[in-house]
Design a protein around this ligand. Structure first.
Ligand SMILES: NC(=O)c1ccc[n+]([C@@H]2O[C@H](COP(=O)([O-])OP(=O)(O)OC[C@H]3O[C@@H](n4cnc5c(N)ncnc54)[C@H](OP(=O)(O)O)[C@@H]3O)[C@@H](O)[C@H]2O)c1
Length: 263
């Protein structure tokens, strides 16, 4: 299937590593011109070089912190200046710290909401006017399986991600008539830096090895393995494609079957 992504201008937020980088790589391989972003300039440069040499694609790198309004504005504005349009937006950010109710104060929740919910809203507020003007757009928000099925030690993530689903569903309804689709994707366990950090934390607390933690997570997954970011990126690239033209307002889990609910 041709995803018809050649020449499309795509912004992938938080994309110097992990799921974001895998998505940027996949979109670039499909012929899109990608803008990547992260706070660390050195890591971002490395990721841009990797994507360019693997795909030959045009890659714009815009350093910035997604919790800062001005950085979000610049990320979208530089893409528009470079490409003349902002066709595709993949929202993403780091994950909040792991922990339980007794571990956090109100300010920790504010920070988590800024990181995962407000950054998503800010990115959409900057990108949607360009998509409306063009009469076409694709928005995909990376959330977490925690948005559908709370994860035991991730109370900050469980809380902030649910808001993202509410926002995305509302936005989908309000921009559908402009040719813009809006969907959320809910990753289960995928092998990235973030997952390594979470596994080390659990391993440290329980006095077991990181490998034992991975093995437990794999065992709790119907597919009995942890996902490869490439598998996640392939599904996101499809949602970003011209071909995914009648899919909007969905929240799709990509999780090897971890989510146990019916809908
Ligand atoms: N991997 C999984 O299994 C999994 C499962 C469920 C949900 N998720 C969620 O999916 C998202 C991506 O996770 P990942 O596993 O790909 O994480 P990762 O490998 O740690 O990558 C995170 C990326 O985000 C960037 N970033 C973090 N905070 C940022 C900020 N404030 N502004 C701009 N860029 C920022 C990082 O670069 P800098 O640090 O240089 O900014 C890095 O490029 C997270 O929200 C995570 O919680 C992941």
């Amino acid at each position: 299937m041709d995803f018809e992504l050649k020449g499309k201008a795509a912004v992938v937020a938080a994309s110097s590593s992990g799921l974001g980088k895998a998505i940027a790589l996949e979109l670039a391989a499909e012929g899109a011109r990608v803008t990547i972003n992260a706070r660390s300039e050195a890591n971002l440069r490395r990721a841009a070089d990797e994507i360019r040499s693997a795909t030959g694609a045009e890659v714009l790198q815009v350093t910035g912190d997604l919790t800062r309004k001005e950085d979000v504005r610049r990320l979208i504005a530089e893409t528009k200046d470079r490409s003349g349009s902002v066709d595709i937006l993949v929202t993403n950010a780091g994950g909040p710290p792991a922990g339980f109710f007794d571990d956090f104060k109100e300010d920790d929740y504010r920070k988590a909401v800024e990181l995962n919910l407000i950054s998503t809203i800010a990115l959409c507020r900057q990108a949607v006017p360009h998509m409306k003007e063009a009469g076409w757009g694709r928005i995909v928000a990376i959330t977490s399986i925690a948005a559908k099925q709370p994860v035991e030690n991730l109370i900050l993530s469980n809380t902030a991600r649910a808001g993202v689903l509410g926002f995305m569903k509302s936005l989908a309804d309000q921009v559908a008539s402009f040719g813009i689709t809006v969907n959320a994707v809910c990753p289960g366990y995928h092998l990235t830096e973030r997952l390594r950090d979470l596994a080390s934390l659990v391993a440290g607390k329980e006095g077991v090895s990181v490998e034992e933690v991975y093995a437990r997570w794999a065992a709790s997954t119907p597919m009995k393995r942890i996902g490869d970011p490439k598998e996640f990126a392939a599904a996101v690239a499809f949602l970003c494609s011209v071909r995914a033209s009648y899919i909007t307002g969905t929240a799709i889990q990509i999780d090897g079957g971890v989510y146990r609910g019916l809908i």
